[in-house]
Design a protein around this ligand. Structure first.
Ligand code: CA2
Length: 145
């Protein structure tokens, strides 16, 4: 069965509680439920995780090797700064999709750079919580191509 890791970075544990005008009212727990519902229908398994710590995210990416078929990564602000996460994705040689709730390209200049995009098969941004389902669909299609 296709196994997909959905990994979330710093501050995403606060979703639905602050800045709803930017990130919406959906909580990360709601998003996990959406992903698990999708997994049941799609016949896939989804492992869902979040950390505020860069090293813990690197560890989670390393642990995916041999266990997961693909990685969906909303690295939060680390997207724009983390060579370590980029290297981790490259090192495990698993397909990765970069994901953002907001359209980072319509926001501040510093959000336009992404280290993750350099090693991702594609990226999805600007569709809010629904982006997670879009990313899962895209990963499933990629893995069965
Ligand atoms: O749009 C996204 O998904 C982001 O990855 C979210 C990050 C941001 O740094 C990226 O540029 C784009 C920030 C996540 C912060 O989440 C919060 C949620 C509620 C309240 C405050 C922050």
């Amino acid at each position: 069965m296709t196994a997909i890791l959905v990994l979330n970075g710093p501050n995403l544990n606060l979703l639905g509680t602050r800045q709803p005008e930017v990130y919406g009212y959906t909580t990360l727990a709601d998003i996990e439920t959406m992903c698990q519902d999708w997994a049941e229908t799609a016949g896939c398994t989804v492992s869902f995780a979040q950390s505020n710590h860069e090293g813990a995210l690197v560890d989670a990416i390393h642990a995916a090797k041999g266990q997961q078929d693909g990685i969906i990564l909303n690295a939060g602000a680390y997207t724009h700064t983390s060579i370590a996460l980029m290297d981790a994705i490259a090192s495990v040689e698993l397909p990765a999709i970069e994901l953002h709730l907001s359209n980072v390209h319509a926001r501040e200049e510093f959000r336009h750079n992404s280290y993750i995009a350099k090693v991702a098969i594609g990226l999805i941004c600007g569709f809010g919580a629904h982006g997670y389902v879009l990313a899962l669909e895209a990963m499933k299609a990629h893995l069965s191509r």
